[in-house]
Design a protein around this ligand. Structure first.
Ligand SMILES: [Zn+2]
Length: 458
C-alpha cells in the first residue's frame, strides 16, 4: 500500500493553469506549472503564490511546452523553487521560446498599463520579467522519450515520457512510485494530425489523470483545405482581408502547410500572404531541429514558407496592418489574448468585408471566445472596437483528441485505474466525459476540483 497526496492546483474546472502536486515516500513533485488564461478571476490567480511552499518542491516534470503548462514556472522560482525542471528536448526548446516571449509580454503589458493609466495598480508591475524567465530556463533538463528517469531511486520513484501527438515534444508522463503507476495525460493529440504521429497509449495505470478539453465533442469531419480556400475566395473577392489567429506552436505550422499547398495548387487569390508571428517562425525552425518528432520530410518543412511573406520586425507589422489592401494574415495569438494579430484587428474588425477565422479551442474569457459568442465590440488596449467583420471557426485543426479520441487513448488499459480523475476541461466537457466513461466502459471517475487535496492509498 502506497499512501500519496495529490493536489489539483490548476486545470480543474478549467482548461488552463495545469499544476498537479504529488507527494509520496517523503518526496514532492509538480507535474506541469502552467499559467491561468482567459477569465479574469482565473488570471488573477497567477498573482497568488502556490498554496504550498515552492521551496519544498524537489522537481517539476513537464508534459509539453504550452503556456498553460509552463507559464507559471518563473513565479515558482520567485517563490523559492530551485530544483530541476525535466522536459523532452523539443519541449525544452518550445518552453524557451514561450517563456522568453511571456516575460516580454508581461513587461510590455505593465509598461502599456502605466503609459495609458488603465491598470488599477499604480505602478503596474509585470508578473515576471524577461530576466526572470531566462533564469528559469537554466533549470531545464532534457529527458529522452521512453527512458526511465530515476528521480529518487531509494524511494522507488522514477518517470518516463511517452509520445502524445499534441504539439512538438508533447508527452504523457508515467510516474512510478513504489511499484504503482501514475499517468498524467498532459494534452492528448489526435490520431489524424497533419504534422504529428498518433499518440501512444498507456497500458497500465493505478492512478490516471485525463484531460477533457473536448470531452463533450466529436470533431466534425471537415475538409480544412477546402474551407480555407472557400473563405479566402469569399473574403478577398469582397475586398476584405482574411485574418487567421494561429497558436504559435503547431497550429501556425499546420496552417502554413495548408496555405503552402493551396498556393502550389493555385487555389488562393493572388494577394499578399503574410506570416507575422515571430514565435510561430521560431517554432518552425524546431521542426528542422527535431525531425524524429514529426511526420514532415525535410523538403516539406522547407517548403512551408514558399510564397509567404515572413514579417519579423514590429515596425513592418504595423505598416502592413495599416495598409487597406486585401491580404491573408497568419499571426498570434490563437485566442487573441495578445500578439501581433491585435494590431490587424484594429483595422479589420470594423470592416464588414473581412473575416476572422479562429483556428482552435477558445477558452472562456478570451477575445476569441467573445468573438465566437457574437460580441458586438472587442476591447483592445483599453479601447472598444466594433465587430463588423465576419467571424468563422475551423474545427478540423484542433490539437486535442475529441471524446472518441480520449476513449481510444484509454483502450489499451485492461482494467479501470483504481483512481481516475478528469482534469483540464470546462465543467460541461468534464461531465460529458465522465458519463461517457461510465456508459462505454463502466468506469467510475472523479472530476477534479480546483484546490482539492486528496490523500490516497494505492
Ligand atoms: Zn497544450
Amino acid at each position: 500500500m502506497t499512501p500519496l497526496t495529490i493536489r489539483f492546483l490548476g486545470a480543474a474546472g478549467t482548461v488552463t493553469g495545469s499544476r498537479f502536486l504529488v507527494q509520496a515516500e517523503g518526496h514532492t513533485l509538480l507535474i506541469d506549472c502552467g499559467l491561468f488564461q482567459g477569465l479574469k478571476q482565473l488570471r488573477l490567480q497567477n498573482w497568488e503564490p502556490l498554496p504550498f511552499p515552492a521551496k519544498e518542491i524537489e522537481a517539476v516534470l513537464l508534459t509539453h511546452g504550452h503556456m498553460d503548462h509552463t507559464g507559471y514556472l518563473p513565479c515558482l522560482l520567485q517563490q523559492g523553487f530551485r530544483g530541476p525542471i525535466y522536459a523532452t528536448a523539443p519541449t525544452r526548446a518550445v518552453t524557451e521560446i514561450i517563456l522568453r516571449d511571456s516575460g516580454k509580454v508581461q513587461e510590455e503589458e505593465a509598461e502599456r498599463a502605466n503609459l495609458h493609466g488603465y491598470s488599477k495598480h499604480a505602478p503596474a508591475k509585470p508578473l515576471y520579467t524577461i530576466r526572470e524567465a531566462e533564469k528559469t530556463l537554466s533549470h531545464l533538463q532534457t529527458v529522452s522519450q521512453q527512458e526511465w528517469l530515476e528521480l529518487f531511486p531509494e524511494a522507488g520513484i522514477r518517470a518516463r515520457w511517452h509520445y502524445n501527438g499534441h504539439i512538438l515534444g508533447a508527452c504523457f508522463i508515467e510516474l512510478e512510485i513504489a511499484g504503482k503507476t501514475l499517468i498524467f495525460s498532459g494534452d492528448i493529440g489526435r490520431s489524424d494530425d497533419m504534422l504529428l504521429y498518433p499518440p501512444h497509449k498507456p497500458d497500465k495505470a493505478d492512478l490516471l489523470l485525463i484531460e477533457s478539453t473536448y470531452g463533450n465533442r466529436l470533431h466534425p469531419d471537415e475538409d480544412v483545405a477546402e474551407r480555407l480556400a472557400e473563405l479566402a475566395a469569399e473574403t478577398l473577392s469582397d475586398g476584405g482581408s482574411l485574418l487567421i489567429p494561429g497558436f504559435a506552436v503547431e497550429r501556425t505550422q499546420t496552417l502554413l502547410l495548408l496555405l503552402s499547398q493551396l498556393i502550389r495548387q493555385k487555389r488562393l487569390p493572388s494577394v499578399p500572404i503574410i506570416l507575422d508571428s515571430p514565435m510561430g517562425s521560431a517554432v518552425l525552425k524546431l521542426f528542422a531541429e527535431f525531425p524524429e518528432w514529426h511526420k514532415l520530410s525535410e523538403a516539406d518543412a522547407q517548403a512551408l514558407t514558399a510564397g509567404i511573406h515572413v514579417v519579423t520586425q514590429a515596425q513592418e507589422s504595423l505598416k502592413i496592418a495599416k495598409r487597406q489592401q486585401p491580404k491573408i494574415v497568419l499571426a498570434g495569438s490563437g485566442m487573441l489574448t495578445g500578439g501581433r494579430m491585435l494590431g490587424y484587428l484594429l483595422y479589420e474588425l470594423p470592416n464588414p468585408a473581412s473575416t476572422v477565422l479562429l483556428s482552435g479551442y477558445q477558452a472562456e474569457g478570451t477575445r476569441g471566445r467573445d468573438l465566437l459568442e457574437g460580441a458586438s465590440h472587442l476591447k483592445i488596449q483599453g479601447v472598444h472596437y466594433p465587430v463588423r467583420a465576419r467571424v468563422e471557426q475551423l474545427h478540423g485543426l484542433s490539437a486535442h483528441a475529441d471524446q472518441a479520441g480520449l476513449l481510444d487513448w484509454l483502450s489499451e488499459l485492461s482494467r479501470a485505474p483504481e483512481q481516475l480523475f478528469i482534469v483540464h476541461g470546462e465543467p460541461d466537457a468534464a461531465l460529458a466525459l465522465q458519463n461517457r466513461l461510465a456508459e462505454a466502459k463502466g468506469w467510475q471517475s472523479q472530476i477534479a476540483q480546483a484546490g482539492e487535496v486528496l490523500e490516497l492509498t494505492l
